[in-house]
Write a protein that binds this ligand. Structure first.
Ligand SMILES: NC(=O)c1ccc[n+]([C@@H]2O[C@H](COP(=O)([O-])OP(=O)(O)OC[C@H]3O[C@@H](n4cnc5c(N)ncnc54)[C@H](OP(=O)(O)O)[C@@H]3O)[C@@H](O)[C@H]2O)c1
Length: 487
């Protein structure tokens, strides 16, 4: 997004272990023994590694002499064995640690190196480190030190409110997988779940009951505990200095609050924003499929019908669908408890209140939020939301009408194929299109059934499926936090 990265969220409190905060690499004269070692290693290889020389500033023009194989710490055989990611991580940790301890000018604790590697901040460098000559390897090693310093410096104290819910449970894994710089993670829920344990980075963390003073020292708070909790506690988190990323509907339509899908409208967020809203899950999934098509023509109208899964109504609704399904298969007629109607082997109109025009609240959210996200306050959009007996991942049948003639199916497919966060699943020959089972647990929104609307010359039709606990909620929230860190 073209913004220069800076330490986010007032992290001045975190003490940097190195004085290298704003530099990716230390200047060569500071490298001392590292430089000497690298140079002698490179000479042993009979060449100076291209990237090493560029780094030194000796010879910016490359003669392509990198990839000379390993010396010093690694031989070819060992490199060949280091194919799997886990092994590469461990090797990288050991390598960086050994090299820094022996040749580094900056001391670096093993856990700090480990943090840099585990957080993926030099994973892409690792292969090069192992394959290239010693000069390059040491350069990578010092780069790793600086990255470690950056990571440690940026590490944040993060809170998840609603950590035991269907959405909340996704956060620890997402933060870990995405290498989000978490210094400390605090998990909050209601009184019911206080004392439960959830796993983060292999450690069991106790869930605490959220209180007014829970946010002292917190830099970033994800809220997924319903609109009432967000209204009550988000201002307290803000007052304590935390950036709030809210999954509830509490602030979405507040014009002062950005409503953000990072792939679609990142520009609506600024570094000054302390409260950012995650849109409604059905709106996110719809717009992930539709927003990229704006480059093919002006959108005049959207018609969408949703097929919404149990997980969209929370952990209790998921349990109800499973319990009811078991009970029905055993010949019983279970009483609905969480949702208003029998759920197993049934479907029903979305379980939210209906307004005077006959639209339920979910439909109204999709309409209003789509208009806000696309900045099209008069967008013609009609929505029908239905709950279906699918455990996880929502599906949507979408018709997009353009102001002029519809773009070709090929143009739509080509556009969606390059849209970030979208995966095209559109195999007409084998009748394979997006399915909620395939969309469950993955980051991308699946889009397919790309076809002309034969009843309208300006319209095309799509079918989309997305994991609304991920892209529709927790993943989008983490992406917002990542975006905030880059502003
Ligand atoms: N599910 C989705 O697909 C989805 C998608 C987008 C947005 N959202 C939004 O995300 C939020 C959470 O939804 P969900 O589906 O994860 O619901 P859920 O499974 O019912 O989880 C609700 C969470 O809120 C906590 N909570 C309940 N009462 C509380 C209280 N008084 N104080 C503090 N925490 C309390 C619960 O803790 P206990 O375990 O203690 O009850 C639980 O952790 C909602 O605002 C929802 O609109 C959901």
């Amino acid at each position: 997004m073209g913004h220069k990265r800076r330490p986010p969220f007032g992290l001045e409190r975190s003490k940097p272990h190195f004085d290298l905060r704003h530099e990716r690499r230390p200047p060569p004269e500071e490298l001392g023994p590292v430089t000497a070692f690298a140079e002698s290693g490179a000479q042993r290889l009979g060449t100076l590694d291209e990237r090493y020389r560029t780094f030194r500033g000796d010879d910016p023009s490359s003669d392509g002499t990198s990839q000379k194989g390993c010396a010093g710490f690694h031989d070819h055989q060992r490199v060949g064995a280091l194919v799997d990611r886990q092994t590469r991580h461990h090797a990288a940790i050991q390598f960086a640690f050994d090299a820094c301890a022996t040749y580094g000018t900056h001391s670096c604790a093993r856990d700090e190196i480990e943090a840099a590697v585990t957080l993926n901040h030099f994973d892409s460098e690792v292969e090069g480190t192992l394959r290239n000559g010693v000069g390059h390897a040491i350069m990578q090693c010092t780069t790793a030190l600086v990255l470690a310093a950056e990571v440690i410096h940026r590490a944040m104290r993060v809170a998840v409110v609603g950590a035991t819910g269907a959405v909340g449970r996704e956060f620890p894994r997402l933060l870990e997988q995405r290498g989000f710089p978490v210094d400390e993670l605090r998990l909050f829920a209601g009184p019911r779940s206080a004392g439960c344990a959830l796993t983060f980075r292999g450690t069991q963390l106790l869930v605490e009951e959220v209180r007014a003073d829970s946010f002292q020292g917190i830099d970033l708070a994800f809220f997924s505990a319903g609109a009432a909790r967000s209204r009550a506690y988000a201002p307290m988190a803000n007052a304590a200095g935390a950036l709030v990323v809210d999954n509830s509907s509490a602030f979405r339509m507040d014009e002062r609050v950005p409503l953000v899908v990072p792939e679609i409208n990142p520009e609506t967020m600024t570094a000054a924003d302390r409260l950012v809203a995650v849109p409604n899950c059905s709106a996110i999934l719809l717009l992930m499929a539709v927003a990229p098509l704006r480059s093919l023509g002006s959108i005049a109208r959207i018609v969408v019908s949703t097929y919404q899964s149990a997980s969209g109504a929370g952990a209790a609704a998921m349990a109800e669908l499973m319990d009811q399904t078991r009970a029905v298969l055993e010949g019983a007629t279970p009483e609905p408890k969480v949702l208003p109607h029998p759920y197993a082997f049934n479907l029903f109109s979305h379980n939210t209140p209906i307004n005077e025009h006959g639209f339920n609240e979910e439909e109204s959210k999709v309409i209003e939020e789509s208009r806000k996200i696309l900045r099209m306050p008069n967008l013609a959009i009609n929505v029908t939301c239905v709950r279906v007996p699918v455990l996880r991942a929502h599906s949507e049948s979408i018709t997009v009408e353009f102001s002029g003639p519809a773009p070709s199916v090929e143009a739509v497919r080509a556009r969606l194929e390059v849209a970030p966060g979208v995966r095209v699943v559109d195999d007409r020959e084998r009748n394979i299109f997006p399915m909620p089972l395939d969309a469950s647990g993955i980051d991308e929104v699946l889009v397919g059934r790309i076809r002309r609307d034969m009843s309208h010359p300006s319209a095309i039709c799509l079918f989309a499926c997305g994991d609304q606990l991920l892209k529709g909620a927790a993943l989008n929230a983490v992406q917002i936090a990542e975006l905030a860190g880059s502003l």
